[in-house]
Design a protein around this ligand. Structure first.
Ligand SMILES: Nc1nc2c(ncn2[C@@H]2O[C@H](COP(=O)(O)OP(=O)(O)OP(=O)(O)O)[C@@H](O)[C@H]2O)c(=O)[nH]1
Ligand SMILES: [Mg+2]
Length: 444
C-alpha cells in the first residue's frame, strides 16, 4: 500500500468512527429517559405524577375524572370513619370542651344525657368557630390546640411516650362522665354508625349520590367540638391530608352534579398498589415515568424496576416529622423515609443513576414549625423554629445518607399540590436531564 493509500484509509476509518459515535449518541438521545418516583407512603409521588399529566400532557380524561369523583367521596367517608374511631381510641367525648374555653365549674357533675351533651356541643362549637375565624389559617387552628410535651428520643425511629397536657386528661375524664363509648345523642349515634361501617360498603359508582341526610350528618359531626379537638390531634393517628379540605367543600362535593376540579383531584388520596408507567414527551425527549406504592407492603415490588434507570425522584413528606408511620406506630415517618432513601442511593443498581431529592409538603411543614417543635421529635435539633434553619437540618440528614463522595444529590423544596410551584421544579429537573448536563444533575 502506498503512503497516500494508507493515509486515505486511516482518514476513512476515522470518519466511520466519528459517524458511528454520533449515531450512537443520537440513538441514546432518542431512548426514553427512565424516571422512577420513589418514596414512602403518602409522600406525594402520585400527586407529582398528576402534575406531570397536567403540565406535560393533556390532563385528566373524563373517565379519570369520574374515577377521582368516586375516590374523593370514598376519602370523605374514610376521614369521618377515622375520626369516629379515634374519638373512642383517644377517649374524647362528643361535645368536648377544654376547661379554658368555657366558663364552667370543672367539678360540676355532668350526667351523660343527650340534651346536656348537645348544649355543651353547640356552646363548644361556637367557641371553636370563633377561634377558627380568629386564626389566620385553618391548618394553624387545627394545630394550635395540639400541645405535646415530654416526647422522648426517636432513637431507632420511635416516637415513644408522650404526655399530653391537661386537655387530653380532661377529655378522658369527660369521656367517662359523658358515658364513654355509649355516649347518648345524635352525633355520637352517627359516629358509632360510621365506626361500624366497613369501608368496602363505601362504593360510589357513576350514578350514586350522597344523600341530603348524609351531608347533614357529616356536617353536624365535623362541627362537633369534640371532633374538632380529635382532628387537632390527628398527627397522633394519621388522617388523610385532605380531610379539612373535603369537609369545607362538603356541600359542593355532595351535590348530585358534582364534577371534581383540578384542586379536588390533586388533594384527593388514593393509595398506589400497582406500579404504573406513564409516557410523556417533554421538548422532544420521551420520558417513561414509573409511580410505585410507597407503603412497606408495596416496596418489595420496586426491585423489578431497578434496571437501566436514568433518574430517580425521591419524594419525602418533610411535614411528617411529627407523625408516626401508618404501618408501624413506633417509627417516625421522616426516619423511615431516611432509611429507605439510604438504601436506594447506596444501592449497587443506582451507581450511575441521578438522584433528585424532593422535600415535599413544604406548605404544611412551614405551618407546623411554630406549633410542633422539631426538637420534640428530633432531640439532636438545637435550632429555632425558623424555616431555613429547620429545613437545613433535615437536608443535612438526607445528604449525610450518601456514602459516595463522587455523587451529588440535587434537591428541591416542593409543594406538590401547587401546580405553579411544581411546574418550576419539574421544568428545572427535566431541563437538567435533557441538556445532558449529567454532572450537575448528579447523573453520570
Ligand atoms: N398540603 C399538601 N398535600 C400534599 C402535598 N403533596 C401531596 N399531598 C397530599 O398528600 C396525600 C398523599 O399523596 P400521594 O401522592 O397519594 O402519596 P404517594 O406517595 O403516592 O402515596 P402511596 O401511593 O401510598 O405511596 C394526597 O392527599 C395529596 O393530595 C403537598 O405538597 N402539600
Ligand atoms: Mg401513590
Amino acid at each position: 500500500m502506498t503512503y497516500a493509500e494508507d493515509t486515505e484509509s486511516r482518514r476513512i476509518s476515522r470518519a466511520i468512527d466519528t459517524q458511528l459515535t454520533s449515531e450512537r449518541r443520537r440513538l441514546e438521545a432518542l431512548r426514553p429517559v427512565k424516571l422512577l418516583l420513589l418514596g414512602t407512603g403518602e409522600s406525594g409521588k402520585s400527586t407529582i405524577l398528576k402534575q406531570m399529566k397536567l403540565i406535560y400532557d393533556t390532563g385528566f380524561s373524563p373517565e379519570e375524572i369520574q374515577t377521582y369523583r368516586s375516590s374523593i367521596i370514598l376519602n370523605l367517608f374514610s376521614c369521618v370513619k377515622t375520626l369516629a374511631v379515634q374519638m373512642d381510641n383517644l377517649k374524647i367525648p362528643y361535645g368536648f370542651i377544654t376547661p379554658d374555653t368555657v366558663d364552667s365549674d370543672p367539678d360540676e357533675p355532668l350526667p351523660p344525657q343527650s340534651n346536656n351533651v348537645r348544649r355543651r356541643s353547640s356552646l363548644a362549637f361556637d367557641e371553636t368557630r370563633q377561634s377558627l375565624s380568629r386564626s389566620k389559617s385553618p391548618v394553624i387552628s387545627r394545630l394550635s390546640t395540639y400541645v405535646v410535651t415530654g416526647v422522648d428520643s426517636y432513637g431507632g425511629g420511635a416516637r415513644k411516650g408522650c404526655n399530653y397536657t391537661l386537655q387530653s386528661q380532661d377529655a378522658a375524664s369527660q369521656y367517662e362522665r359523658f358515658g364513654g363509648i355509649n355516649q347518648i345523642g345524635s352525633i355520637p349515634d352517627f359516629g358509632r354508625s360510621m365506626k361500624a361501617m366497613p369501608l368496602s360498603t363505601f362504593g360510589f359508582g357513576k350514578d350514586e349520590i350522597i344523600t341530603a341526610q348524609q351531608i347533614d350528618d357529616f356536617e353536624g359531626f365535623w362541627n362537633d367540638s369534640g371532633v374538632q379537638y380529635c382532628f387537632s390531634r390527628s398527627s397522633e393517628f394519621g388522617l388523610m391530608e385532605c380531610c379539612e379540605y373535603l369537609m369545607k367543600n362538603l356541600r359542593r362535593i355532595g351535590a348530585p352534579e358534582y364534577i371534581p376540579t383540578k384542586d379536588d383531584i390533586l388533594l384527593s388520596r388514593l393509595k398506589t398498589t400497582a406500579i404504573s408507567e406513564t409516557r410523556f414527551k417533554i421538548k422532544d425527549v420521551e420520558y417513561r415515568v414509573f409511580d410505585v406504592g410507597g407503603q412497606r407492603s408495596q416496596r418489595k415490588k420496586w426491585a423489578s424496576l431497578f434496571d437501566d434507570v436514568n433518574a430517580i425522584i425521591f419524594v419525602v413528606a418533610i411535614s411528617s416529622y411529627d407523625q408516626v408511620c401508618y404501618e408501624d406506630h413506633s417509627v417516625n415517618r421522616v426516619v423511615e423515609a431516611l432509611q429507605v432513601f439510604k438504601s436506594i442511593i447506596n444501592h449497587s443498581a443506582f451507581v450511575n443513576t441521578g438522584i433528585i431529592l424532593f422535600l415535599n409538603k413544604i406548605d404544611l411543614f412551614k405551618i407546623k414549625l411554630n406549633v410542633s417543635p422539631v426538637s420534640d421529635y428530633f432531640p439532636s435539633y438545637k435550632g429555632t423554629s425558623r424555616f431555613e434553619e429547620s429545613i437545613e437540618y433535615f437536608l443535612e440528614m438526607f445528604r449525610a445518607a450518601n456514602t459516595d463522595p463522587e455523587r451529588r444529590i440535587q434537591h428541591h423544596l416542593t409543594w406538590a399540590t401547587d401546580t405553579k410551584q411544581t411546574r418550576k421544579v419539574l421544568d428545572s429537573v427535566c431541563k437538567c436531564i435533557q441538556e445532558a448536563n449529567l454532572k450537575d444533575c448528579g447523573l453520570e
